[in-house]
Design a protein around this ligand. Structure first.
Ligand code: ZN
Length: 293
């Protein structure tokens, strides 16, 4: 059970969730269909595609037409990632929905079943976001657009204390719209759930270290080398060695410590793990050759 979010609360929630490119369409705060049907309590938030692309879609969402008067959604999300605030209150986006689909979002079930027959007034209980996409097979959602879509839905769920299983697609609510939209909704809900596991200000980056570039052989070599250095260090504390190379005499223990520091420092150089490993292997080979000499 939840009273709908107010206009001011919605703008604040979007900004907190990191949605920065927002266009408030004139009049959106009082633009709704409350005069012709129920609005609230709300229990769900729906994702749609526009089934068409191009300029003028925000106006189309705002106005609708004589058969289907606007607002046709609460938010319109362009392919650029720009979000237009279109309506506040009952909107003409879902139409009739299946009871089993509604119960899945109402009860936040992890499984969203194939929808049965249209029975209920979806516009009374669900927010709706339209996303600019032709709906043609293979037509992508640009990364910027998808990212904002996740943030918008996370903002609604976070405000109401809902899980990501309060999100449904139009295609999940009725058999009338089997491709609306084409994206994988389970993945989309997982992406929103991951956001909800963090604070609203969370900004994941693409620079995750690719540590798994290391092969098992490389990882074993590094582990073995570290173990060997530890054994050598332990030996050094008992019996200092000297190292002779290119005419100079150095304390081998200090030399190894220098190498150890150098290897540790590699992680700060911006080298990939694979490059660090290659260098570590060279160092290990040099140590082995000199200890055998
Ligand atoms: Zn739709």
């Amino acid at each position: 059970m939840a009273a709908p979010i107010t206009a001011d609360q919605w703008v604040a929630a979007l900004r907190a969730e990191g949605v920065t490119d927002i266009v408030e369409m004139p009049g959106w705060r009082t633009h709704n269909r409350n005069g012709v049907g129920a609005w609230g309590d709300v229990h769900a938030t729906m994702v749609h595609h526009t089934a068409g692309e191009g300029s003028g879609l925000a106006d189309w969402c705002y106005n609708g037409n004589s058969d289907l008067p606007g607002p046709l959604c609460h938010d319109f999300l362009a392919r650029t990632g720009r979000l237009y605030l279109v309506g506040n209150g009952r909107a003409n986006h879902a139409g009739k929905v299946a009871r089993n689909a509604y119960e899945a979002v109402l009860n936040e079930q992890s499984v969203h079943p194939a929808p049965g027959p249209d029975e209920l007034d979806g516009n009374a209980v669900s927010y709706g976001m339209e996303c600019e996409n032709s709906g043609e097979a293979g037509r992508d959602w640009p990364k910027a657009q998808y990212d904002v879509a996740v943030r918008v839905q996370a903002a609604r769920c976070r405000f109401h204390g809902w899980s990501a299983n309060s999100i449904w697609a139009h295609k999940e609510s009725t058999t009338r719209k089997p491709l609306d939209p084409r994206i994988d909704m389970d993945q989309f809900r997982r992406d929103v759930a991951e956001r909800l596991a963090h604070s609203a200000s969370w900004n994941p980056t693409d620079s995750t270290p690719e540590e798994e570039d290391m092969t098992p052989e490389e990882r074993k070599l590094l582990t073995d080398t570290a173990a060997a250095v530890k054994r050598i260090e332990a030996g050094m504390t008992v019996k200092p060695w000297t190292y002779k190379g290119k005419g100079e005499t150095r304390d081998a223990y200090a030399h190894l410590l220098d190498i150890g520091r150098g290897v540790k420092g590699l992680s700060a150089t911006g080298l990939t793990p694979a490059q660090s490993d290659a260098l570590a292997k060279k160092v290990a080979d040099i140590i082995a050759a000199r200890l055998q000499a």
